[in-house]
Write a protein that binds this ligand. Structure first.
Ligand code: PHE
Length: 513
């Protein structure tokens, strides 16, 4: 290893590593003793050295036999059977005369009878215990377990006896974890340099307040950070990609001078449909397309009157509907199917405010990145809930050219420039226009936006004489383009991958291919 590399390693050693490295031998206890570190610290040092390839660890397990608390006790006072024998001496004794504690008599008798060293006979109300075979005083067999003994060191001939002591609850097995540590060749080189060339090396661990005040940091050498070390990733909270993508859309509107509007998700059919000149028998009102919810909206009676008139008699009062326009239908509650509901609430509010203040309604630009719901069949690009970036511009003599200009400008800010326009139909806009974007990778055109100029039938009842260009753009589609995800279900649906949510790159205003 080169001189420079060794130096780099030495300068980056953690204090625990430095302490441990100089005392690496086979025995872990030895390392602890010599380095003066506790078990946890020594282990930390070793594992860091091992991560760098300076030491090699071998972990093992050894079986030991150790005394139980009862075993410890009998080691001190002697086994009951030995004490009973000692008490009996050469002859015999009545059970009632024994001084051995009662609870120890039974096990002692058991062991001695099994060895045929004594006999037991009834005598009236008492029992006579007699020595049958005289044996010299025994050494306490628990002695060998004092401080623990490695199982492999117990002689073959004593294995049976050990099992009996275990069964009597005097001895138990204990698994001792062991670790043996060796220097690797690199470790040997580093350790060598640490004791020779770098023996007196004194590295500061941190810049202290005092060093800063006195300026002593200037002369100091500091431990180097190892910026190449891999760390464990932390999963911190972060924005959902849908939210992040929506914020990008929001930012672009704000850059372009738009104001944000806001409206309810649970909406009256009136605001979601009736104000938009959508007939009450329009198929989009079906339960199959719209989620209705319980309850009825309280609607403004003046607004009800003007829209009723518009629906029933039309702009030129020559219109005829199949039946009456029903307030009952208009007051149904639903999950808004598009944020155009909020566009109309905003228009109504702007008109009302202008009227109250006795002036003309102001020109302006408004947007809303909103959550909407449709009772749709779920597939790769459609979920029952979705986001739309809604917006409108109110002004004088606004035309389709203004609308196209806005669309080009807006999407250019997302890096989307290959756009074509196509006429379409909406009940509430005339003319109506879609814009499509060309995806060169998929070789396909995708619908980006549905838009148009609001019909006078929708504006007149609100008392608005100005022109309004408006649109709803698919925000979910943009999220797919910015994340590069192939299915909407991977962003807000059931197949969204949590690992991806945690590790995906932050979105930028460019399409991912
Ligand atoms: N509401 C339309 C939709 O959901 C979008 C739109 C808004 C169209 C405003 C024209 C004007 O697709």
């Amino acid at each position: 290893m080169s001189e420079a590399k060794i130096k780099a390693i030495i300068y980056s050693l953690h204090p625990l590593e430095r302490k441990v490295l100089l005392h690496i031998g086979a025995d872990f206890k030895d390392i602890m003793a010599k380095s003066g570190l506790g078990e946890a610290e020594a282990l930390t040092g070793i594992s860091m050295l091992s991560d760098r390839g300076l030491v090699q660890c071998e972990k093992g397990e050894h079986k030991y036999y150790i005394l139980t608390p009862r075993g410890e006790h009998y080691l001190k006072v002697g086994l009951p059977e030995h004490r009973l024998l000692a008490e009996l001496g050469r002859g015999e004794k009545k059970m009632s005369e024994l001084t051995l504690p009662r609870e120890e008599v039974a096990p002692a008798l058991g062991v001695l009878k099994k060895g045929m060293l004594i006999s037991v006979a009834k005598s009236g109300n008492d029992i006579i215990i007699r020595v049958e075979k005289k044996v010299p005083p025994q050494k306490n067999p628990l002695e060998m377990f004092r401080g623990g003994i490695q199982a492999s060191k117990v002689p073959e001939s004593q294995r049976g006896e050990v099992q009996e002591l275990i069964q009597r609850g005097l001895v138990k097995e204990y698994m001792q974890k062991t670790i043996s540590v060796k220097l690797t060749p690199l470790g040997r080189e580093v350790a060598g340099a640490l004791t020779a060339k770098y023996a007196g090396l004194d590295l500061a661990e941190e810049v202290t307040e005092e060093m800063l005040k006195k300026g002593t940091w200037k002369g100091r050498e500091f431990r180097h950070y190892d910026v190449g070390l891999k760390t464990q990733g932390t999963a911190v909270g972060r924005r959902h990609p849908m939210d992040e993508s929506n914020n990008i859309l929001r930012d672009i509107f704000i850059e372009m001078g738009f104001q944000e509007m806001e409206g309810p998700v649970v909406e009256a059919a009136f605001w979601n449909m009736d104000v938009m000149w959508i007939p009450q028998d329009h198929p989009a009102r079906d339960e199959q397309d719209t989620f209705y919810v319980d309850g009825r909206a309280k609607l403004d009676s003046k607004l009800i009157a003007v829209f009723k008139e518009m629906h029933e008699r039309g702009l030129k009062r020559t219109h005829t509907t199949k039946g009456e326009w029903s307030e009952e239908i208009a007051s149904r509650m639903l999950l808004r199917t598009h944020s155009t509901a909020t566009t109309f609430r905003t228009l109504a509010w702007l008109a009302e405010r202008a009227r109250r203040e006795g002036r003309e309604i102001e020109n302006g630009k408004y947007f809303y990145v909103a959550h909407n719901f449709r009772n749709e069949k779920v597939d790769a690009t459609h979920l029952a809930e979705f986001f739309q970036a809604e917006g409108f511009i109110i002004g004088d003599n606004l035309s389709l050219a203004d609308l196209m200009g806005f669309v080009r400008e807006y999407y250019a800010r997302l890096g989307i420039t290959k756009i074509r326009f196509k006429p379409t139909y909406n009940p509430y806009t005339e003319p109506s226009m879609e814009a499509h974007y060309y995806d060169p990778k998929l070789g396909k055109w995708y619908a980006l936006i549905n838009s148009g100029i609001f019909r006078p039938e929708t504006l007149k009842p609100l008392g608005i004489e100005k022109s309004v260009i408006a649109w709803g753009m698919g925000a979910s589609r943009i999220a797919m383009l910015l994340t590069g995800v192939q299915s909407m279900r991977d962003i807000t649906g059931g197949t969204c991958d949590f690992e991806w949510l945690r590790t995906r790159p932050v979105l930028s205003r460019s399409i991912v291919r």
